[in-house]
Ligand binder design. Structure first.
Ligand SMILES: C[S@@+](CC[C@H](N)C(=O)[O-])C[C@H]1O[C@@H](n2cnc3c(N)ncnc32)[C@H](O)[C@@H]1O
Length: 269
């Protein structure tokens, strides 16, 4: 239920919790409503480290953007499940290194659309676009005019699926949807994924999943094997499919198992 004095932006339902807004709440943002804070708090009760985990997930995005530009020579990105803008956004990290970098953001939540303009504040030399579309319909993303105008699909693309795949049920066959996007990208493209898992702390994660699903959300924690299948036959870059904090960490003393996400980056042969 909405809280006192809360007004919904057009198209935004503030009577049901939404993942983008719960995540915004954990990260200290202001684009969340009573219903989101309620579920967000229940999940925090289950996993006291959740805010830390969200921060580790964002740091992974920054390290991946940096390395894909610097080490893989990638200058164009497709980020699906963007979320409410959190600075620095992907294009800001990439354009700091390569000002001509181009990014297409995709999300299906109307609250993210409200912020699309902020996501599109590109460097003058580069470009940033926003598409309102759903990962469960990959053709609607790859066929979008803005994507085709922004990305050159004959050159490698960095596809980022960061903390989104857990929001797709097994019945939606997210593996086939991701494969459809992988297939549309050329050799040398890279795919980066983070995905929550119960592999490190089943009791806490099961309780958090129960809090979310009890509020009507879809949330699926997946095993390392199930997450690994999203990469298909692409080759995992070093250090492989690892806890999110241990993927090329800036801080070598970070606790690898304190953030319950698998993460990895793979390159298309
Ligand atoms: C937890 S947020 C992650 C935000 C960002 N990727 C990050 O990790 O900082 C998940 C985002 O995925 C979006 N999302 C969920 N299901 C989606 C779908 N089927 N298609 C497109 N976006 C989706 C949500 O609206 C939300 O903004």
């Amino acid at each position: 239920m909405s809280g006192p004095g809360e007004v919904a932006p057009p198209g935004v339902n503030i009577n049901v919790p939404h993942s983008a807004r719960i995540y915004d709440y954990w990260l200290g943002g202001k684009d969340n409503f009573a219903v989101d804070r309620g579920v967000g708090e229940a999940m925090l009760q289950a996993i006291p480290n959740l805010r830390y985990m969200a921060g580790e997930n964002r740091k992974f995005v920054h390290r991946v953007a940096r390395d894909l530009v610097q080490k893989e020579g990638i200058t164009q990105f497709l980020d699906i499940g963007t979320g409410i803008p959190t600075r620095p956004n992907l294009h800001e990290v990439a354009q700091t290194i390569e000002p001509t970098a181009r990014v297409v953001y995709v999300d299906n939540d109307p609250i993210v659309l409200v912020h699309a303009r902020a996501l599109m504040l590109s460097s003058p030399e580069g470009r940033s676009e926003y598409i309102s579309a759903d990962l469960r319909d990959p053709a609607s993303i790859m066929g979008d005019r803005a994507l085709q105008d922004t990305l050159d699909l004959n050159k490698p693309v960095g596809l980022t699926l960061i903390a989104i795949l857990m929001l797709l049920a097994d019945e939606d066959d997210p593996w086939t949807k991701v494969a459809a996007i992988r297939d549309a990208l050329p050799s040398g493209s890279c795919l980066a994924i983070t995905h929550p898992t119960a592999d490190f702390n089943p009791a806490e994660v099961d309780a958090a999943v129960a809090a979310a699903t009890g509020a009507g959300m879809t949330l699926v924690a997946r095993s390392q094997e199930a997450v690994g299948r999203f990469f298909g036959d692409w080759e995992l870059l070093e250090p492989g499919l690892v806890p999110v904090s241990s993927w090329r960490p800036d801080d070598p003393d970070v606790d690898p198992k304190a953030a319950y996400y698998w993460s990895g980056v793979a390159r298309k042969p």
